[in-house]
Design a protein around this ligand. Structure first.
Ligand SMILES: Cc1cc2nc3c(=O)[nH]c(=O)nc-3n(C[C@H](O)[C@H](O)[C@H](O)COP(=O)(O)O)c2cc1C
Length: 189
């Protein structure tokens, strides 16, 4: 049974980002995949305070969100579904990504080449209100950097732009396309 952790990064439970994530996850059959969706806005992720403790011993000393990091470390797939906020990710997701510094410091200071044992594939579902790809590209770079020391290869991404003026036909088309992306991700593994 493969573990899938979906990091849902929007506050809207029925917004466009949620609908895309939901359609994407349908392809992960319950007989083969154990899927857990985490609403990152509800996790109250404590920010990294750069205490530098993870430079001298492995892991983050903050007590908060330990279960979330355990889930991420044990996942086979990390699916991120996130809207662009100010050319980047929303604050709760950014707090989570800053806490990934524990893996970067383990790699650089503790000489652990890949601190996380289990290899993973990630997929990014990104939405933007405008027609610009700038914010999505920045998030892809952020994910590439963080995942490079998390034993995680990005297996693809799906960017839906212009969501602030999205018509029904465009939404239906996006749902069809994202379903194909999910099937590709599953079959390529
Ligand atoms: C605080 C905030 C900042 C935003 N910044 C951007 C931005 O920089 N670029 C952009 O294209 N859209 C931006 N948007 C629009 C959202 O990315 C867009 O509405 C998104 O599709 C919302 O998805 P959701 O309703 O599923 O959460 C912003 C929205 C908010 C609330």
């Amino acid at each position: 049974m493969k573990k899938v952790v979906a990091l849902f990064g929007s506050p809207h439970k029925n917004g466009v980002t949620y609908k895309l994530l939901n359609e994407f996850l349908i392809s992960f059959d319950k007989t083969d995949f154990d899927v857990e969706t985490v609403s990152v806005f509800e996790e109250n992720v404590a920010p990294c305070i750069d205490c530098a403790s993870c430079k001298s011993s492995y892991g983050c000393v903050l007590k908060q969100n330990k279960e979330l990091f355990r889930m991420i470390e044990q996942a086979d797939y990390i699916i991120m579904a996130v809207p662009v906020y100010l050319l980047s990710m929303p604050a709760p997701l950014k707090a989570l990504f800053d806490r990934f510094q524990q893996y970067y410091n383990a790699h650089c200071y503790l000489n652990l080449v890949q601190p996380i044992k289990k290899p993973k594939r990630a997929f990014l579902i990104l939405t933007a209100g405008s027609g610009s790809s700038e914010g999505a590209n920045i998030m892809i770079r952020q994910a590439e950097l963080a995942f490079s020391v998390m034993n995680t290869k990005i297996g693809g991404s799906f960017v839906l732009k212009d969501t602030d003026k999205l018509g029904d036909d465009e939404m239906q088309q996006a749902l069809k396309e994202i379903k194909i992306k999910a099937e590709e991700l599953i079959t390529e593994a």
